[in-house]
Write a protein that binds this ligand. Structure first.
Ligand SMILES: C[S@@+](CC[C@H](N)C(=O)[O-])C[C@H]1O[C@@H](n2cnc3c(N)ncnc32)[C@H](O)[C@@H]1O
Length: 419
């Protein structure tokens, strides 16, 4: 075995053994091991790809080493890595280990049913599709600032040269024509006016802007992905108030707002500062915290970390957040509720609760999806909204209207507060 391969094995083994009994993302363990061994950026890229391929494709191994401790786990991992070197090294054509019933697959991983109760045929298919998608690498999508998105702009030229293709349906979006394992993310992130954002996440802001709102509340704004897109894409003047409880994330948003000099965005970090704004917004966006099951391609370790208790906690939180957020909507205003999961409990069930309560009279507002060539009658239209589902066969040049979709799995529902 050559020296590079041996080195990669050592790092992968250490990161996996550190992570396997923790509840944190594998990325944290990997970062620590990279630091400890002073791994350079080229090597990091190669090693991360191998490790993620292992997590995507070999749940049986992960389950096995979780049941072992210390030296036994280390040995099992060593013998696995040595005999699977070629499949870890390739980005495509990985061996399809996931051919069994998805429910059994999940039970094998967790030892219990992560999805409670009866699953409809549709849910069964969604889970199946997303678990299949987990096996492949995600598609890299970026946004280019509207002002810069011209064919003669050096950034756009550079993106095209690097194999990105302008998306046919989402304005100012570019999609890589190869999977993430081959895209040099750190090169792209240095390009001026370019931001990484998954395609499905970009649809959420498109759905908000469709209604041409003047005053928008981004209630779970995080580090501002949707806020920035809403402002950049708006066709008429907008005022956005962005709020989040996570100080670290919202600070990033604040920094971006200052750097880009966005006077139309006000960032709030304290709930009390929102009190005077009740009933004032044309549009409230709740991009809710969720189980993240729709992002398995990006976070293949998530499936192993998920617990039923956590999923239930999140469901309760989603309802609490969306009720709080509704108080800021003006009569006739629109609520956009979004998650990056396919779990009915976090999607349709939340919307059903909203429609059946009496504090706020709401009705469905599906105009954006109904009037879209891409989404109408295409990818998984649901009772109360839309489920975008990742597709395994990646081809950025193919018309999205064919029913294929290359973003994460996202649920989006829109409701209108009665006048
Ligand atoms: C899916 S992320 C939002 C991502 C963000 N919209 C973006 O585009 O980058 C969910 C966010 O909800 C926030 N959150 C959690 N509990 C909250 C609460 N009670 N009120 C407001 N935001 C909350 C989290 O801090 C997290 O940033």
């Amino acid at each position: 075995m050559d020296k590079t391969v041996q080195f990669d094995f050592r790092i992968i083994k250490q990161a996996l053994l550190d992570w396997i009994h923790s509840k944190s993302p594998v990325e944290n363990s990997l970062a620590e091991v990279f630091e400890e061994h002073r791994v350079g950026s080229n090597d990091r890229f190669r090693i991360r790809t191998k490790l993620y391929n292992l997590l995507r494709n070999d749940s049986d191994l992960v389950v096995k080493i979780r049941s072992l401790t210390g030296i036994q786990a280390s040995r099992a991992l060593e013998s696995y890595i040595q005999s699977n070197q070629s499949s870890l090294d390739t980005h495509f054509g990985l061996k399809p280990t996931f051919e069994k019933d998805p429910r059994k697959h999940l039970v094998d991983i967790h030892g219990y049913q992560l999805f409670e109760g009866h699953l409809s045929d549709q849910e069964y298919q969604d889970i199946h599709e997303c678990l299949h998608a987990q096996r492949s690498e995600p598609v890299v999508a970026v946004r280019v600032d509207k002002k810069m998105n011209r064919p003669d702009n050096p950034t756009v030229k550079d993106l095209l040269e690097k194999g990105f293709v302008e998306h046919s349906e989402i304005k100012n979006a570019y999609v890589a024509n190869k999977k993430s394992g081959q895209v040099r993310v750190e090169q792209i992130s240095k390009m001026p006016g370019v931001r990484f954002q998954d395609l499905s996440s970009q649809v959420v802001a498109c759905a908000v802007n469709y209604f041409k709102p003047g005053k928008i509340l981004d209630y779970c704004a995080g580090s501002g992905g949707k806020t920035f897109q809403i402002v950049d894409q708006a066709e008429s003047p907008v005022e956005v108030v962005s709020f989040d409880v996570d100080f670290k994330r919202i600070s990033k948003l604040s920094d971006g707002v200052k750097r880009l000099n966005l006077s139309q965005v006000k960032v709030l970090t304290k709930k009390e500062n929102l009190n005077d704004l009740r009933g004032q917004f044309d549009h409230v966006l709740v991009d809710a915290p969720c189980s993240g099951m729709g992002t398995l391609r990006r976070h293949p370790d998530l499936i192993y970390r998920q617990t039923l208790a956590e999923v239930k906690r999140i469901q309760a939180l989603q309802l609490q957040i969306v009720f709080e957020a509704l108080s800021f909507l003006r009569p006739g205003g629109i609520l956009t509720y979004a998650t990056c999961t396919f779990r009915r409990e976090e999607n349709e069930n939340v919307v059903e609760s909203l429609l059946s309560q009496n504090t706020y009279k709401l009705k469905q507002a599906n105009q954006y999806f109904q009037n879209s060539d891409v989404f109408r009658n295409q990818v998984g239209v649901r009772k109360y909204g839309m489920l975008l589902s990742p597709n395994n066969s990646h081809d950025p040049t193919r018309s999205q209207a064919s029913g294929a979709w290359d973003g994460d799995c996202f649920y989006i529902a829109q409701l209108q507060l009665e006048q």
